[in-house]
Design a protein around this ligand. Structure first.
Ligand SMILES: Nc1nc2c(c(=O)[nH]1)N[C@H]1C(S)=C(S)[C@@H](COP(=O)(O)OP(=O)(O)OC[C@H]3O[C@@H](n4cnc5c(=O)[nH]c(N)nc54)[C@H](O)[C@@H]3O)O[C@H]1N2
Ligand SMILES: Nc1nc2c(c(=O)[nH]1)N[C@H]1C(S)=C(S)[C@@H](COP(=O)(O)OP(=O)(O)OC[C@H]3O[C@@H](n4cnc5c(=O)[nH]c(N)nc54)[C@H](O)[C@@H]3O)O[C@H]1N2
Ligand SMILES: [Mo]
Length: 672
């Protein structure tokens, strides 16, 4: 029997799935042909969901630690024993140190609105430290917002009518694969595809033009392009006069950016920058797909701000097919009556999740004494692993981990609670890559004794004597509230019955959300941004070259750690067939960089900096720059938890949005 489901993974595509169930087991998963964005195909990872759900390594009973911290020695206990122990420790820590000594840590293991946020009311009521959800998008969001305002951007499907597609710091074929058919549809009608990325990723390999710029120099490139548009009069003066502010100030700034200077800062050929600028400026309907890559740099907010000003100079928003995409619809959002932020005591501190290492090792008043981790795997995904691991190893830290698998984080738990997978629960799914929303119902019963996130928090709330109504709601009630209480204006007119029946339903977002104005303070595109100035930032796009103080002889190379095609952040490492297919982590290294260090193809190499080291195999290739290493994916290191590429990343935060600069790392490399 085939049943409908929605992919829960943190990916812009949020696919509609068809799941084949036999004897209560999932045997096959495919894309829903009736989902307008999925169009019947899914990625290679999604096809592995049967193994993800039923894999032998799936945690099926609660576990209690029996050996030293991190030894991975556990014994099964009953749910009552496990929950009693967690509740007793929550009480103990709250009494002894105050509730802020409790830190919830969660992210995007499950993207459904109900279960993803099921712990919020619980931790608010407890008065635990709040978590700042900054690990992924806020720098990109903030930079884009300063230029074009908030809200959804151009719908990806529009790009099929474009004649010039720019993929700017997004590995579309890996991380957003359902956008690709729209790009190739445009190409069939003569559109060119340009990729702007420091390495030749699978998407860049398909491009007509690839600008392999130095990481962190996007704002300089954007300024160089602006200069060409101005010098060669490729502007839409009417649009600029009516729908933008600050053009004269921008012009003065751009005067400092001859193409030659931009090319030099970016490490590009001047001719390539010129070709790109002219192509963009002369196109009928230029379209930009921005990814998150440019914003995962210390000046990532500014990079995104500069990129997102380009469409206004040429009025890409006018002709069908033009525009710019960052993020889309988002679905109904989180219901306030489920989050219960009002229960949180005033003045409760917020811990930036990027700085988990710091929080576990240095925070005082009170120190973190209990870590409750769910839907995240910080030992693999959080920056500066050495410090994170030092924190997780603390004997005086009581750690609860809710997981489906024995991750590197779970190995450091005191109690492990087995979580149900997305196919075992019902939920509501918005998306950040398309404008559809969909409700899913459970496809199978929870595997083993695993339990849904909501149920686990309701059971803990009962043990702690919490009596608010929110702690008594069922999954079905939470789904209904999420739909009925949505504050999203885009839910207006959405057919709730069709949603309840499981159909993907389009939000009432216009395909061109910029037709009626921009959600900036002025209502116009802001070349000059007073709100940036108010934050102490440059109100104009700033491309000044900047040297990472960590650079120099000791760490002469830069290192990116972007997504792997067969992994989803650290997830899918649990699937043996995927691990075998990948064959362990690799670093892309340029032939000249390799030979200067006596490194040959497939050699074991040690990549290191002042924070840590990771040992990988060398992939000697011209797909990367001479000054750049690239390690794709967050691999489980297996025997030695916390020895992945996040050994190299830092807890430094971006200029805007307090986000992690995951792609801003200086390193050196040598044969291992
Ligand atoms: N297969 C797969 N898909 C995924 C994920 C995954 O792990 N695996 N992760 C999901 C998640 S959580 C997210 S947020 C999205 C992220 O999706 P993307 O936006 O595609 O991913 P990023 O890591 O932001 O990197 C995108 C590209 O930016 C490049 N880049 C790095 N620094 C710079 C720079 O300074 N300038 C420019 N122009 N480019 C730069 C990288 O080389 C990379 O090719 O993907 C989602 N989809
Ligand atoms: N170096 C480096 N680090 C990065 C990034 C990078 O580009 N480079 N990307 C960053 C980004 S963009 C993001 S968004 C974060 C992501 O950070 P996380 O959201 O923590 O990413 P995941 O690795 O997917 O971890 C989710 C965990 O939840 C578990 N899980 C998955 N599904 C379910 C479920 O249905 N139920 C239960 N109970 N558990 C489940 C999985 O087993 C997995 O261990 O990582 C960041 N880390
Ligand atoms: Mo992300």
């Amino acid at each position: 029997m085939w049943k409908r489901a929605v992919c829960t993974k943190d990916c812009p595509d949020t696919c509609g799935l068809l799941v084949k169930v036999e004897d209560g087991r999932i045997v096959k998963v495919k894309g829903d042909p009736d989902h307008p964005y999925t169009q019947g195909f899914i990625c290679r990872k999604g096809a592995r969901f049967p193994e993800h759900v039923h894999g032998e390594a799936r945690l099926t009973t609660p576990l209690r630690r029996t050996g030293p911290k991190g030894s991975g020695e556990f014994a099964p206990v009953t749910w009552d024993e496990a929950l009693d122990e967690v509740a007793a420790n929550i009480r103990r820590v709250a009494d002894e140190y105050g509730p802020e000594a409790i830190l919830p840590y969660s992210y995007a293991g499950h993207m459904g609105l109900v279960h993803r946020h099921a712990g919020h009311a619980f931790f608010n009521k407890l008065g635990a430290s709040a978590l700042g959800y900054t690990i992924c998008g806020p720098a990109a969001t903030a930079g884009f917002k300063a230029s074009l305002g908030s809200g959804p951007s151009t719908e990806i499907q529009e790009s099929a009518q474009s004649d010039y597609i720019v993929i700017w710091g997004n590995n579309t074929l890996v991380t957003n694969v359902h956008a690709w058919p729209h790009f190739t549809a445009a190409r069939k009608n003569g559109a060119r595809i340009v990729v702007i990325d420091p390495y030749r990723n699978p998407t860049a390999a398909e491009a007509d033009l690839h600008l392999m710029l130095r990481p962190g120099t996007d704002a300089a490139l954007a300024l160089g392009v602006m200069r060409v548009l101005m010098d060669e009069d490729l502007l839409d003066r009417e649009f600029i006069a009516e729908r933008t502010i600050g053009f004269d100030a921008l012009k003065e700034r751009v005067a400092q950016w001859p193409v030659s200077r931009a090319a030099e800062v970016c490490g590009l050929d001047e001719a390539a920058v010129l070709a790109f600028a002219r192509g963009y400026g002369r196109a009928r309907a230029p379209y930009i797909r921005t990814g998150w890559g440019p914003a995962r740099q210390l000046r990532g907010g500014m990079a995104m701000r500069a990129i997102s000003l380009l469409p206004a100079l040429v009025n890409a928003f006018g002709p069908p097919g033009g525009g710019i995409t960052r993020s889309l619809g988002g679905g109904p959002g989180k219901a306030a009556s489920l989050l219960r932020t009002d229960l949180r005591p005033e003045g409760t501190r917020t811990v930036n999740m990027v700085r988990l290492g710091h929080a576990l090792t240095e925070l005082t008043d009170p120190p973190v004494k209990l870590l409750y981790n769910y839907l995240s795997n910080p030992a693999a995904v959080a920056p500066q692993s050495a410090v994170v691991m030092r924190g997780l190893a603390r004997e005086d830290l009581f750690t609860v981990v809710q997981e489906m698998y024995m991750t590197d984080t779970a190995k450091f738990a005191d109690v492990i609670l087995p979580g149900a997978s997305f196919l075992e629960v019902g939920d509501v799914y918005g998306s950040y890559g398309h404008n559809y929303v969909q409700v899913a119902r459970p496809v199978i019963d929870p595997v083993g004794q695993s339990r849904p996130t909501l149920r686990i928090f309701q059971d803990l709330a009962a043990r702690l004597g919490f009596t608010e109504e929110v702690f008594t709601l069922t999954e079905a009630q939470c789904i209904e509230r999420t739909l009925a209480e949505s504050e999203s204006e885009y839910m207006a007119g959405v057919d709730l019955d069709a949603l309840r029946a499981g159909d993907p339903v389009r939000l009432s977002v216009p395909a061109n959300p910029y037709a009626d104005g921009f959600r900036t303070p002025s209502g116009k595109v802001e070349f000059f941004s007073q709100s940036m100035a108010d934050q102490g930032l440059d109100p104009l796009p700033d491309g000044e070259p900047w040297r990472d103080p960590e650079g120099g002889d000791a760490f002469p190379l830069e290192c990116l750690t972007p997504p792997h095609p067969l992994l989803l952040n650290s997830a899918f490492n649990e699937v043996e067939a995927i691990r075998e297919r990948i064959g362990g982590p690799r670093a892309l290294i340029h032939p000249r960089t390799a030979s200067a260090r006596g490194i040959v193809q497939d050699a074991r190499i040690r990549v290191f900096n002042g924070r840590g080291e990771t040992v990988v195999r060398a992939e000697v290739t011209e797909d990367t720059r001479e000054d750049l290493l690239v390690i794709e994916g967050l691999h489980w290191p297996g025997e030695r938890p916390g020895t992945g590429s996040n050994q190299l990343t830092s807890q430094r935060i971006t200029d805007m949005g307090d986000t992690c600069a995951f792609h801003c790392n200086r390193v050196e490399v040598e044969p291992a």
